[in-house]
Design a protein around this ligand. Structure first.
Ligand SMILES: [Zn+2]
Ligand SMILES: [Zn+2]
Length: 348
């Protein structure tokens, strides 16, 4: 009988079980076996737990959740891959075909042959071991913890948002929504040179964190018309780049209102409504750039550098720790945002 490992498997909506599953084996020369040490719980894991579907991905077969992971290498078949047992690594959760026009032109995030952790039917990282190709594993310096290594994934999203949004030195930006992705987009925009960073959210605790992370202005959107406030703060001009990080239609509409003429609305969140009302004439007449975003491209190395040099701080985002056995309860804990949770991390 083959070896087994412990994993948190989502069988159906609200039905996650911690059980023994076959331990993965490495077979090709590019594969590396990683002992998973830290995995962040993402909104998408919770969404699968609650709804069983995200966009084109549907839970049709029991699937291990989790895609924000770091661990240490336990086995390699070919040391020329640049990794050896004992190396600590962050795991980029999607590997691609490396052959199509998008992979070759450096836009591998839109490769249609992607294999992405915890995107059913591909198993994720709420488990003890992962077999993963070496070119999507990135060594962590000793100064970067496993928890920080797991946070490289959401940071990669924030960094890609800042890059896609075209943030330039001296820019004034707005980050609408201060969940984990918003807080990391804020820090990434700062690292890219934004000097004025206005953040809005409905939760005090998150706005406080935004202040710690370098927001120059925070707006409690539950108390005032946040769009009016942004316009006042910018003397009626608006911001160079507005990041929609809440995944909600009102914040998307707000982003359109607070961006300056000729500015960029960078979509980061994923609203549930597929056909929201959008002011088309504003986009045309004010020449707005409204840009999509899907995951990230080549963001792991710079994200790791930013954390290693303390230019971006991810540790304060990790507010709660759990064992793998607790994974099913953690889904509900995060869904209900209990105890002010920002990011929960599971240690398998
Ligand atoms: Zn995620
Ligand atoms: Zn490809």
């Amino acid at each position: 009988m083959s070896e087994t490992m412990k994993a948190a498997v989502l069988h159906d909506v609200h039905d996650m079980r911690v059980e023994q599953v076959p331990k993965p084996e490495i077979s090709t020369e590019r594969d590396v076996l990683v002992r998973v040490r830290s995995v962040g719980v993402c909104g998408s894991d919770v969404h699968f737990f609650e709804r069983g579907v995200i966009g084109k991905y549907r839970l049709n077969t029991p699937t291990i959740m989790g895609h924000e992971a770091a661990g240490d290498v336990v086995k390699v078949l070919d040391e020329s891959c640049g990794l050896q047992p004992g190396d600590r690594v962050a795991i980029e959760p999607g590997y691609t075909c490396r052959r199509c026009e998008f992979c070759k032109s450096g836009r591998y995030n839109v490769c249609s042959d992607v294999v992405f952790l915890a995107a059913p039917p591909v198993h994720g990282a709420f488990c003890e071991y992962l077999a993963w190709p070496s070119d999507f594993l990135f060594k962590l310096p000793d100064s970067v913890s496993f928890d920080e290594g797991a946070m490289i994934e959401p940071l990669a999203v924030g960094l890609w948002a800042a890059k896609r949004g075209g943030v330039e030195a001296g820019d004034c930006v707005a980050v609408l929504g201060a969940g984990p992705i918003g807080l990391l987009t804020l820090q990434a925009a700062s690292a890219e040179g934004a000097t004025r960073i206005i953040v809005s959210d409905l939760e005090d605790g998150r706005l406080e964190l935004a202040g710690h992370f370098g927001a120059t202005d925070v707006i409690d959107a539950s108390e005032s018309d946040a769009a009016d406030t942004v316009m006042e703060l910018t003397g009626g001009r608006g911001v160079d780049v507005a990041f929609e990080c809440a995944g909600a239609v009102p914040t998307l509409q707000m982003a359109m209102r607070v961006v300056r003429d000729g500015g960029t609305v960078q979509l980061v969140g994923m609203p549930a409504e597929q056909h929201p009302e959008i002011p088309l004439y504003e986009i045309i007449n004010r020449e707005l750039d409204v840009r999509g975003l899907f995951r990230y491209v080549n963001c792991y190395p710079p994200a790791i550098s930013l954390v290693a040099t303390n230019r971006v701080r991810v540790e304060p985002l990790v507010t709660h720790h759990f064992d793998l056995d607790e994974a099913p309860e953690v889904m509900t804990f995060v869904h209900e945002r209990r105890d002010g949770v920002v990011k929960a991390v599971i240690s398998p």
